[in-house]
Every structure is written in C-alpha cells, then in structure tokens.
Design a protein around this ligand. Structure first.
Ligand SMILES: [Zn+2]
Length: 453
C-alpha cells in the first residue's frame, strides 16, 4: 500500500517525461492488478462452494428386504425409490462429502470401495450414512443358522459404483454458496420411544446450502435434515421395498423449495421409532399402529415441513467456515452374535486384531454447527450426553455413519432392563458406547470450535 501511494504521489508532484510517466503508470497499474488479484484470490479461496447429486438404487427386479439379523423377506411391490444422495462442501483446499443411502446400514467394507472410486476428496473426508429403512436389500450379508447368506452381491457392487458416481457428480456441480443452519424441536406426531414414550430427542438439525450466484441464485442447492428415528413404518415383512417415511420427506422438500434433500439419522437406538400409534399404550393393552404407505407419507411430509420451518427461521451466513477431521476408532467384539455375523458374512470383514473392528469417526464444523458421526445406533441418552459436551449450541449426530455395528448402550444400561435384552444382544458389547463417548469427546476437545451463530 505504501509503495502504491508513493507512486501516485510522485505522479502528482513531478511531471516526468512521457516515457518515465508511462513506466510509473504501468508499474502502478501492474501493482494495482497484482493487489486486486491477491485480495480476490484470498477471498475466493475462502469462499464456500457446495454441490449435490443423487442416484436411484432401486433394484430391478426387486430384491428381498432386510430389517436386521435373519433371512431377508421377499417382496412383490415397491413404494417410492431407494436413493444415494451426496452433498460436497469445498473451501480453499478443504473438501468433504456427506452421503446418505436408503438402507438399514452401510458397512465400511462397501463404503471404502466407493471411497476408492471417488476423485478429488480424501477417503477420510467422505461420510457415508444409512437412513436405516427396514425395507431395503440386505447390505450386511446376514448369515442364517447354517451360515448361508442371501445378500445379492452384484446389487451391492452396483450400489458401490452409484455412491461414487453421485459424489463425483456432486463435485462437478460445486458452486458458490451461502448457508443456513437451524436447529429446533420438530413438532407433531413424528417419533417416540417405543420402550419409554417420552425418552427421545425431538431436536431436528437442518443445514441448507443456497446458491449465491448463477441462474439458481438464492435457491437451495441442498437441504440436509438430521433427526433421530427408525424409518420402519412399513418394516420388512409386508412384501414392500421402500425408503419408508424418508422417501416422502425427500419429495416434499424438493417439491416445495427445490434442490436435493438429504437425511442423516441420529441417536435413534433403543428404541426411537416413527410415531405410528393410533391409540396410546394402556397397561396390558395391545397398541394399534398405522403401518402403511399413507402413514409414511404423513410422517415424512410432517418431518419435511418441520425441517423447512426450522431452517427458514435461520439467518443466512454469508461467510461460513467449514472444517473436517477424522480418527480411527477400535471396538472389541464381545457379542457372540456379532462375531458370528462378521465371520460368516460374504462381505469379508477384515482389518485389525481378531474380535476387534475399526471404523472411521468424523468431526465436521459447518458454520455454527458441529457434527460427530456415530458408527451405529446410539441410545438417546448417549446421544444427549455427547451433544451437550460438543462445542456448539447446534450439535448434530450422524448416526449409522461410516459403519453400523448395531446398538450402542452406556455400560450401565447394557444387559439391564429386560427391555434392553434385544439391544444388548445386538450390540458389539458393554464398552462400545463408552469407548465411543470418550473418543468422540476427545476429538471435540482437540478440534477447533465452530463459528458463533
Ligand atoms: Zn435399529
């Protein structure tokens, strides 16, 4: 700046020869140009760019569907399509992807194969989460009692490619964006705790990227909804393949405000489920439920409407900052059932020590939001504990992300109530959630805080 000013002053004070004046003029202009380049270069490097894309992964012909351990159930019809949905964030040299897939759970065995096919994003910066629909093909290769598995490996290979294609396309559509980040209580009859009705987290977090230039300026590029619920309105025994309530949620958001909708589940274990109750539980009285596609539409559209309301009340963040980091997590496999599944599955779970699994834990800051991934179905109290110890007023948990190793209970809950027998059996062991909470909060401590809202 000083250099430039002295040039300009010399211009005024000393009328020089034409040649000298030209040289002065030229060097001042060149400097101005350079200065402008530096400033805009820096601003551009800090500008946020976001892209989004999707792929349909409905099998054709339809495949049996799996809601957990056991032989998948045959289907005769579909309600809605299954999707892979990807959102890519870029700022300066930092780039990461958030992917959601309509399935019960998506292991890192499959996720890592997609990561190897994705260009321009570090594998550890790719988060892949399952919606936990109970009406999609088996992606674990669950063995039956004889060790036989029924997963369609060709279908899973195709999904691996579709995930990579969706992320690669999202990267090619990166465009300057602003953000809106909101969090609030999703009101209405959406979720409840099947084991203890009021013990669930009603908070819905929403991250929306809005085009800040180009033909779609001011319109959403993508809207990501984070909410804890089991999408099992239809379940796996009705002969229907479906994204369940998440399908109508995507559709409602996209029809109403445009862009691409994503859904990342939360701490929905033991047992946060869709509120399909027609009559409330009375002691000893069998409760009635609405388990049909109309109920998927009702709940999905209500969640979409609530998510759009919550994000519409959030301010536009003109210069949001983003951050992505990851760690490896290791868990002992104490459960006999889990050992059997991992040993017999044709997906070949390989890795570290015997009877241990390793997985990827991610922490993201997106504007004022902080996000932690959870490699399974954390119980709601585990979710509350982690959220209130995060460095933000807007804590997001992406459940069933990067892996989904069954339920994650606090050690004091493990094998406690008779109600928890099933979730204890279908967890890796007593220490899974303990290790997770300790490691996840250590990562929070070691990471920068997200920006103030
Ligand atoms: Zn579940």
């Amino acid at each position: 700046m000083k250099f430039l000013l002295s040039h300009l002053i010399r211009f005024k004070q000393k009328p020089a020869s034409l040649k000298t004046e030209f040289l002065f003029h030229f060097s001042a202009l060149a400097f101005l140009g350079f200065f402008f380049f530096m400033v805009t270069g820096v601003i551009q490097a800090q500008n946020l760019r976001v892209g989004a894309a999707l792929r349909i992964i409905t099998p054709n012909p339809l495949l049996p569907v799996s809601g957990g351990i056991g032989v998948p159930h045959p289907v005769t019809e579909k309600r809605g399509d299954l999707f892979v949905r990807a959102m890519v964030f870029e700022q300066g040299t930092q780039r990461f992807a958030i992917v959601n897939i309509d399935n019960l759970g998506w292991t890192s065995i499959l996720g890592n194969r997609s990561r190897a096919l994705i260009k321009g994003i570090l594998p550890e910066n790719i988060l892949i989460g399952a919606t936990h629909t109970h009406s999609a093909p088996d992606a674990y290769g669950f063995p039956d009692a004889s060790g036989k598995s029924y997963a369609d490996l060709a279908y899973l290979d195709w999904c691996v490619q579709q995930i990579a294609d969706a992320v690669n396309e999202a990267t090619t559509t990166l465009q300057p964006a602003t953000l809106k980040v909101g969090m609030g209580e999703a009101k209405g009859k959406i979720a409840y705790n099947y084991y203890a009705p009021a013990l669930y987290d009603p908070r819905c977090g929403v991250i929306q990227a809005i085009a800040s230039s180009g033909p779609r300026m001011g319109k959403p590029i993508a809207t990501l909804v984070n909410y804890a619920v089991h999408p099992e309105v239809l379940g796996n025994s009705r002969g229907i393949l479906s994204p369940d309530m998440i399908g109508p949620m995507y559709q409602k958001i996209e029809e109403t405000i445009g862009g691409i909708a994503l859904f990342m589940n939360g701490a929905q274990g033991g047992m946060i489920t869709a509120d399909t109750r027609l009559t409330y539980v009375k002691e000893g009285q069998q409760q009635k439920e609405a388990n049909n596609w109309e109920e998927c539409i009702r709940i999905g559209e209500l969640l979409a409407t609530e998510a759009m309301r919550i994000v519409s009340e959030a301010p536009v963040l003109k210069n949001p900052t983003i951050y992505c980091t990851s760690r490896k997590l290791e868990f002992p496999i104490d459960s006999e059932i889990m050992r059997y599944i991992l040993k017999k599955s044709p997906l070949k779970f390989v890795g570290g020590k015997e009877n241990f699994v390793t997985t990827q834990l991610n922490l993201l800051n997106i504007g004022p939001a902080q996000i932690l991934t959870v490699p399974g179905e954390a119980l709601p109290n585990v979710g509350y504990y982690v959220k209130r110890n995060m460095n933000t007023k807007m804590p997001f948990l992406f459940g069933l992300t990067n892996d989904a190793f069954g339920y994650m209970l606090a050690k004091v809950d493990f094998n406690s109530f008779k109600r928890y027998e099933y979730v204890s059996q279908t967890s890796l062991g007593e220490m899974t959630a303990e290790i997770y909470m300790e490691q996840a909060l250590k990562l929070v401590k070691e990471s920068p805080k997200p920006q103030d809202p």
